[in-house]
Design a protein around this ligand. Sequence first.
Ligand SMILES: O=C(O)CCC(=O)C(=O)O
Length: 278
Amino acid sequence: MNPSSLKYALTEEERRTFNETGYLIIEDALSAAQVADLTEQFDRIYDGKIEGGHDPKTALFYPNFIPDHDVFLDLVDYEKVLPKVWGLLGWNIYLYHAHMIATPPSGQAKNDATFGWHQDSGRVNMEIETHPRPRLSLKVAYFLSDVSEADRGNFWIVPGSHFMDTMPLPEDRQGQPEGAIPVRVKPGTAVFFDRRLWHAGTPNWSDMTRKVLFYGYGYRWIRTKDDMTVQHLWERSDPIRRQLLGAGVNCNGHYTPTDEDVPLRGWLKEHQPEMVLR
Ligand SMILES: O=C(O)CCC(=O)C(=O)O
């Protein structure tokens, strides 16, 4: 990790925005060249899935894509983003989940059906006893296609809903919850969202395929949410990237980490000591 990454450290305003609204938009997180490289690999995977029988009219959810190409691997500890992730979650973190979603034009007439609103983490939400639910993890969504207009299969959110345990939905399943908005962003934008923020993927009523990469970061004591077959990448990764890819000394180190388990802590002690107060 290059100390130059600290120029992208989380600002107090960014922290406040994320804490209060449950999300944070970073425009131009990726350059046009990065978007082009990532899109080339995204399209290669997507085309392969269609050749393999995936219905081109339905969304493709493809987890565990990090091993597919180094352009995806390089975003795991991306200097414009990771400092904001540790600014929000601290140093005992790793990439617990990653998935890409392609949402092709639905080919159907626009309707007002209620979207699939949810918080992330499945059973965690039922089995955690506290209110409000704890943050635990966040995702960073990198948008590769232009969703600056609505109806393009946008990611929808209810800003400020991350402290709500339930989301009232219309009984007739028509329309969206109060306060719901489409996230409208240009290619290259990174959208951070708290796992508790009520959100939904939506049908694409435009004529362009929506393309997004999701990187999920959480505490090292959370289990992976997909196969995360990244262990073969440890050997050629630097210590912080290795931590983010799930390396560690032993299982106890997920709970009581040694310096060897969490090189990020050592790095922060040296370069951003206020991040290592506990
Ligand atoms: O496709 C989308 O925009 C929604 C993605 C989503 O629900 C998730 O990552 O949990």
